[in-house]
Write a protein that binds this ligand. Sequence first.
Ligand code: PMP
Length: 432
Amino acid sequence: MNTANGTNSANSVNALWHNHAHMPTMPGREHRIVRGAGAYVYDDAGRELLDVPAGLWFANVGHGRAEIADAVHRQLSELATYPVFGDFCNPRAEELADRIAGLVPVEDAKVFFTSGGSEALEAAVKLVRRYWQLTGEPARQTVITREGGYHGLHGFGTSIVGVPAFREGFGALLPGALTVPAMDLAALEAAILAHGPDRIAAFLCEPVIAGGAGVVPPADGYLTGAQELCREHGIVFMLDEVVTGFGRAGSMFAAERYGLRPDIMLLAKGLTSGYLPLGAAVAGGRVAEAFWAPGSPHVFQHGLTYSGHASACAAALANLDILEREDLVGRVRSREGRLLEALLPLREHPLVADVRGGTGLMAAVALRGHDVAEEVAHAVVNEGMLMRVTGGDALQISPPFVIGDEDIDRIPVAISAALSRVSGRRSRAAAP
Ligand code: PMP
């Protein structure tokens, strides 16, 4: 209870609302992480834990990089930020936009900064719908996404998310969302034709499905096939590289690996490796052209106080310096086989439903049900590892790019030990 002097009289340490968490049962369950170094984090009990999920898929260059902290400190001391709003901007945002434009496989890319991936999606959807209004096809409003797809949970994000539990219980959602099966080109084409191509604004997908379905690499030919269908029907092709961007999938962008040239790309997470919040909607070609061509009268009426936050951009620039100087993307590519091979034998365990991966440092060990996955994720802490459940029933294996080979090999050993403990507990509980 807040008292007149503003203090919390009942309990001063219990106000933090955890995302996606049941709060009444939280007291005592909090796992506080207090420090990080390289591929490890440390909790408030002093345990050293291998950060197997890299936070939420973001700690790509590893924790505790003084170089990034120094760059941010320099920027904060000089100017925390100045808005990229109207005529105003700041040099770090300009520098980073040009750097991103030079990296992405997007034609003549223009960069609209946000504070994270969800905001990048909202900006991109508004941009693409506005584009169709300006180019004489205002009926093109629908955005097609896929079952298991996840693109953030703001207004439009919640309306299109491919995980029903994230969509339900909020009343009316935004119209203009169409979900199709994840890897079925025929179903995508049928949906386009049934809905009417002239009503479809964009198709949006993750190259490798990440959290929504627990790491599902694309079926052969699916992504190029989807890109072709988009071209054929004039549909804007949007690629969500919030997770895969900046090396996670074994190339700077998964688009390169799969031979894609999206019209719009969404970025966040690996852009700063999580040192500060930053995202971007990157648009190229005809979409950007509508607003950037000399003589265009059009303004994209969208804005965020912290778009292009100078200190976040400074963190991103230092992060990209490290990524390139240490060739961490090459490192990811050279370790993906080792990670998958190490994990595959886990398929033999009766509590393991599937092992997926092989694309960069992105893998999942799917277990037989959500409860088993949660139990194993808890048990694995005793093996010196931090893991989280993704896609409902899978352990997310997406370590920092700097992970050592011995630590890659230790992951399945730790999971095996945790599985034995969980199986033992379950069979004792089931015993008469
Ligand atoms: N897209 C994908 C593929 C994601 O995994 C996420 C976050 N997990 C988002 C978008 C949303 O990003 P944010 O949480 O930074 O808003």
